[in-house]
Ligand binder design. Structure first.
Ligand code: MLT
Length: 407
């Protein structure tokens, strides 16, 4: 008899963003005349940068020739891309990451969900609250948690981020082995300083723990004193894996390209205390389960590291950050408190009411989709997240409609 993975039964309803999409579809079906503006899921709306499009076309033309055709590529990514990443995203900022420590993939969602396979089921996991749901749900699926009650899974150590701690969680008060951190943060949009991040690196080194650092939004940082990478912090190479994505950086949500950095010093330990290289284990997993990102996509990705590519991606992100300012100022005028938006595409608004009620109110009265904070965890209750990913025109219209609905 085939038996089911019963851990799936512990999961809450459907995946947050699928749940929202269903609610919006139902609303649109019963209100076919209402125009809906989506500031919910962080999905980019601007076209790919022209340098990426040119590189994409050129690579497809190469593939159409006998000499230029390529079949399976290296599972870890082509050297031209790995080298461009190592030099531009890390070495240029003083972070010592080498090209062969970079694993190119089709998404930071997949990588941050799959990485937990490398760790034992006994691993004590610390997860922020509120949080991007993938970290938590994949640990639930794997069986690292107990049941769900009152907004929490037993067996998880929750790292609470709230107004009191300025959305930077405190170190856990009980021992943990695996720590998820995300800065600039999704969903709160908050950032972390080098000094604050060093506290976590020092903790991980002292406790032989590992940090999974999600830096998918680093390209939105505009204060150069803030760390773009955890490897800007001394000692992090021993205790941190970092996830990066081109989705928000260069508009690749539909094109798919991301990467994970696993430094050669990073270890996980067996029951006898012997260290095992996580670089070797992730390489083994990657080669077994993944056949690489397509050649044209990797060529398009490498184009962002050219001078024109850097200027064009910065222009894209500046546009979204300007949208975030418009959202923030409308929210302030309405008398709500918020954080985020300065170094992040997300504005985290304290609504002082149930998150889903606020979500429904904005959808019904303004035809605007946001994300209810409660969907990111218990500490998100009372908040909504508004995303800056849309056209300027739509953002202005959405905020006018919200102002009218709530004003
Ligand atoms: C979000 O809206 O939180 C993210 O865009 C979802 C994702 O990146 O998978």
């Amino acid at each position: 008899m085939i038996t089911v993975n019963e851990h799936y039964a512990k999961l809450q309803a459907s995946y947050l963003f699928s749940d929202i999409a269903k609610r919006v579809a139902a609303f649109q079906q019963s209100n076919p005349d209402k125009d809906v503006i989506k500031l919910g899921i962080g999905d980019v709306t601007n076209p790919l940068p022209p340098v990426c499009v040119q590189a994409f076309h050129a690579a497809i033309d190469e593939m159409a020739t006998e000499a230029g055709f390529r079949g399976y590529g290296p599972e870890q990514g082509y050297d031209f891309l790995r080298e461009a990443i190592a030099v531009n995203d890390f070495q240029a900022r003083g972070a010592q990451v080498q090209a062969d420590e970079i694993f190119v993939s089709d998404g930071a969602k997949c990588d941050s969900g799959n990485i937990q396979e490398l760790f034992s089921l006994e691993t004590r996991v610390a997860i922020p609250d509120p949080v991007y749901p993938v970290y938590l749900d994949t640990n639930v699926m794997a069986g690292r948690t107990g049941g769900y009650a009152d907004g929490r899974y037993s067996g998880i150590v929750y790292l609470e981020s709230n107004r009191e701690n300025n959305y930077i969680p405190a170190l856990p008060s009980e021992p943990v082995d695996l720590i998820y951190l995300c800065f600039p943060n999704n969903p709160t949009g908050s950032t972390i300083t080098k000094e604050q991040l060093k506290v976590w690196v020092d903790y991980a080194r002292a406790n032989k723990a590992l940090i999974l650092f999600d830096a998918a939004y680093e390209a939105f940082i505009r204060d150069e004193s803030l760390p773009h990478s955890i490897y800007e912090i001394e000692g992090a190479r021993e205790v941190a894996i970092e996830f990066r994505s081109l989705s928000k950086t260069a508009g690749f949500t539909g094109t798919r390209c991301a990467y994970t950095v696993v430094p050669k010093e990073c270890m996980a330990y067996d029951a006898q205390g012997n260290g095992h290289s996580l670089h070797a284990l992730w390489n083994r997993r990657h080669c077994t389960k993944f056949n690489g990102v397509s050649y044209p996509v990797q060529r398009a990705a490498a184009a962002i590291f050219t001078p024109e590519g850097k200027a064009q991606t910065k222009g894209l992100i500046d546009g979204y950050l300007d949208n975030a300012k418009i959202i923030g100022s409308a929210i302030t005028q309405l008398g709500f408190e918020y954080v985020g938006g300065d170094h992040s595409p997300y504005i985290w608004v304290w609504g002082d009411r149930d998150s889903w009620d606020f979500f429904d109110l904005l959808l019904d009265k303004a035809g605007v989709v946001c994300t209810p904070g409660a969907g990111f965890g218990r500490c998100g209750q009372g908040y909504i997240r508004i995303s800056a990913f849309n056209s300027r025109e739509n953002v202005i219209t959405a905020m006018e409609r919200i102002s009218q609905a709530l004003g």
